[in-house]
Design a protein around this ligand. Structure first.
Ligand code: DCP
Ligand code: MG
Ligand code: MN
Length: 332
């Protein structure tokens, strides 16, 4: 679940790394989403800076780097370490909470609850399975596999299998792997699959078309690609897959989206989450509300109108007057 900016061409990798670590600490231990976002924003901004930072003042000039963060960068650049981080590393409760949140399905609140009840390690979890729900049990079962990044060529193989099996089922399905893979990353944390079908639009109830997702899941389970299900609703599957029985088990998400909402869904699930945030903010400034379903103009009364008709991802950028970015350009 760690979201470290990639080291590709990042001359300030060590700095964005410790800021990401502070971000995780704020989210997982303090449950302070505001500080989490502030640290992530700063880390992202610094990771894009084309030159090596030499002082906190220099960092302060970058977007999203405030006074307190620039002071931390100063301390780090002059001493080579950060007192705050050293103290966090020495704190057993923080360390245990951070470890448990690495298990898929265990969030900060559950992690705290477990640590308070004396469950602090992966071994402890194995001895206290009665305290875990179905999702958390699968997260525990595949703890070390899910921590491993998925190489791009493995996702390419999975993409081919998905393509072949889904189109054999019904050639009208349209499938796209989104997430970090679509953004061109050389490795990903999970596999985010989006499917749609011309027969399923937002006028239909998902219930009457729910076989569309279930059919795909069943087919991939029968074939052996899907090995576990975390949850499967009408429009959202969460589970695990593998290329071979001795292969690493990977997190797989599949979402079924109405045909008329496909472009907004593709945009949303391609991310990154930081890019999405920026784009939504921009949309609001232009008088539109943007989410994973639709782009809607906000009227003078402040109420969102009917979704605009879109025939490409680029249409969304055009409507809100935002210069088009290819998926590869949406990495932060
Ligand atoms: N997303 C978002 N806001 C969130 C979570 C997700 O906008 N809070 C969107 C953007 C993400 C996409 O969903 O890119 C997929 O979510 P992932 O958590 O799978 O993130 P990525 O695929 O980007 O990265 P990873 O390689 O870690 O899976
Ligand atoms: Mg992903
Ligand atoms: Mn995902």
């Amino acid at each position: 679940k760690r979201k470290n900016p990639s080291s590709d061409g990042n001359l300030n990798h060590d700095i964005s790394d410790f800021l990401s670590e502070l971000a995780d600490y704020e989210r997982n231990v303090n449950r302070n989403i505001h500080k989490y976002n502030a640290y992530r924003k700063a880390a992202s901004s610094i990771s894009k800076h084309p030159e090596r930072l030499t002082s906190g003042d220099e960092a302060h000039k970058l977007e999203g780097v405030g006074q307190k963060i620039s002071e931390k960068i100063s301390e780090y650049l002059s001493t080579g370490k950060l007192k705050k981080l050293e103290l966090i590393h020495q704190d057993d409760t923080s360390t245990a909470i951070q470890l448990l949140t690495r298990v898929s399905g265990i969030g900060p609140a559950k992690a705290k609850e477990l640590v308070d009840s004396g469950v602090k390690t992966i071994e402890d979890l194995n001895e206290n399975k009665d305290k875990l729900n179905h999702h958390q049990l699968i997260g525990l079962k595949y703890f070390s596999d899910f921590e491993k990044k998925i190489p791009r060529d493995e996702i390419e193989n999975i993409e081919q299998i998905l393509q072949d099996h889904i189109s054999a089922l019904d050639s009208n399905y349209i499938m796209t792997i989104c997430g970090s893979y679509r953004r061109g990353k050389s490795e990903s944390g999970d596999i985010d699959v989006l499917i749609t079908h011309p027969c399923f639009t937002s006028d239909d109830s998902a219930k009457t078309k729910s076989h569309l997702l279930r059919d795909v899941v069943k087919c991939l389970r029968d074939y052996g690609l899907i090995c576990d299900t975390i949850s499967c609703g009408d429009v959202k599957f969460m589970g695990a897959c593998r290329l071979s029985t001795d292969g690493t088990v990977r997190r797989l998400d599949i979402r079924l989206t109405p045909h008329d909402q496909y472009w907004c869904s593709i945009l949303y699930f391609t991310g990154s989450d930081m890019f999405n945030k920026d784009m939504r903010t921009h949309a609001l400034q232009k008088g539109y509300t943007l989410n994973e379903y639709s782009l809607r103009p906000i009227g003078s009364t402040g109420v969102a109108g009917e979704p605009v008709f879109l025939s490409s991802e680029r249409d969304i950028f055009d409507y809100i007057d935002y210069s088009y970015k290819t998926p590869e350009e949406r990495n932060s």
